[in-house]
Design a protein around this ligand. Structure first.
Ligand code: TXA
Ligand code: MG
Length: 338
């Protein structure tokens, strides 16, 4: 064998689990500047010590993520937010209702947050996740954890530990398995730097109506204007093309679907069990009944499965766009953008 021949890659370690030993291991890895994929109630995140610049750099490298795209910083509780950001009074009301939970707020940052985390912005995105395992890791470690979704940049977000391993492999060997993510869609992002004009940067499990109810003011969607030259976009994750499978997706209204069935090599992705006597092998559905929470929970896993299924095209049904349907349609649109 030539001397230059690379040695075979060693198999990745088994998933870390909810045991005292594995949680201690997770904490030690993060304190030591390593990256660890952690479960949240939205999607799995690829976490590192947010205040350790070289640790944060590893996240960008593992994901192939451009440095222009800022990260969300995860905290154990509202009380921790003041150490990294200036808190507007409205945050207390929002946190009382939605934290821990799937709401991220963008605030004025403090100087201890490395520019790498915020892509040079003067703001920082802050989120208090509800998943009990990640809550334990945050509390045991005492760290602030920067974590984007644990997928290669631009690909579908992971909602199970196996998704992280399937797509990041040796780039993220440490994965804490917390089961299937309850919401299945990334957090709602709210820009709160001007409390008089809160703006929705990304629709998610917390709806605009719920935010307006708590804030007692209207919440506009941030128009995503093209960023000024050399400046990061308001929320670069709002890039049109995101969450994309390799297989092309065409968005469809419900009424179009029946006529599209039966074309060889093409899958039909229904929101609910198709109203036909015998579903075919290329019919897939996200929920038996069309329940939106269930659709959201299953959508990324099913897109991954279809992407592995050698289809040439996926016809995907859009929701009515109400409530959580806004966020589901948002992800479907981005997944279909070419
Ligand atoms: O549910 C979630 O939010 C998941 C879990 C892991 O917490 N995380 C997540 O992270 O979706 P990521 O990096 O995939 O998406 C975060 C989005 C990006 O689109 C980024 O541009 C935006 O948050 N963001 C981060 N910091 C920002 C800032 N200072 N201003 C505006 N947008 C920001
Ligand atoms: Mg992401």
């Amino acid at each position: 064998m030539p001397a230059t021949s690379p040695s075979p890659p060693s198999p990745p370690p088994p998933f870390l689990r909810d045991t005292p030993a594995d949680l201690a291991r997770t904490v030690a890895l993060l304190r030591g500047g390593e990256i660890v994929a952690l479960p949240t109630e939205t999607v799995y995140g690829l976490a590192a010590d947010a205040l350790n610049e070289s640790a944060v750099r590893r996240i960008f490298e593992a994901k192939g993520r451009p440095l222009l795209d800022p990260l969300i910083v995860h905290i154990a509780a509202l009380a921790d937010a003041a150490r990294i950001a200036t808190l507007p009074p409205a945050l207390e009301k929002l946190a009382a209702r939605f934290w821990p939970g799937p709401l991220t707020v963008v605030l004025q940052k403090k100087s201890n947050v490395p520019a790498l985390v915020t892509a040079g912005l003067e703001t920082v995105a802050v989120r208090c996740p509800a998943h009990p395992l990640t809550q334990k890791v945050l509390r045991l470690s005492g760290l602030f954890l920067a974590a984007p979704s644990a997928n290669p940049f631009g690909y579908i977000s992971p909602t199970r530990a196996a998704h992280v391993r399937d797509s990041l492999r040796e780039k993220a060997p440490w994965v804490l398995d917390g089961g299937e993510c309850r919401h299945g869609l990334e957090s709602t992002i709210l820009l709160l730097t001007d409390p008089a004009r809160p703006r929705l940067l990304r629709p998610g499990p917390v709806s605009r109506e719920e935010l307006e109810d708590v804030l007692q003011t209207s919440v506009e969607t941030a128009a995503s204007p093209p960023p000024p030259a050399a400046a990061p976009a308001l929320a670069p994750g709002m890039l049109a093309r995101h969450y994309s499978p390799r297989t092309p997706i065409v968005l469809r209204d419900t009424g179009e679907l029946p006529a599209l069935r039966g074309v060889s090599g093409e899958a039909v992705l229904w929101l609910r069990r198709p109203p036909v006597p015998t579903p075919q092998a290329a019919d897939f559905w996200l929920s038996e009944t069309g329940d939106t929470a269930e659709i959201a929970r299953h959508i990324f896993a099913l897109l991954r499965r279809l992407d592995a299924g050698n289809f040439s095209l996926i016809h995907a049904e859009l929701t009515d766009g109400l409530g959580l349907g806004t966020a589901i349609n948002d992800r479907l649109r981005r997944a279909s953008a070419r």
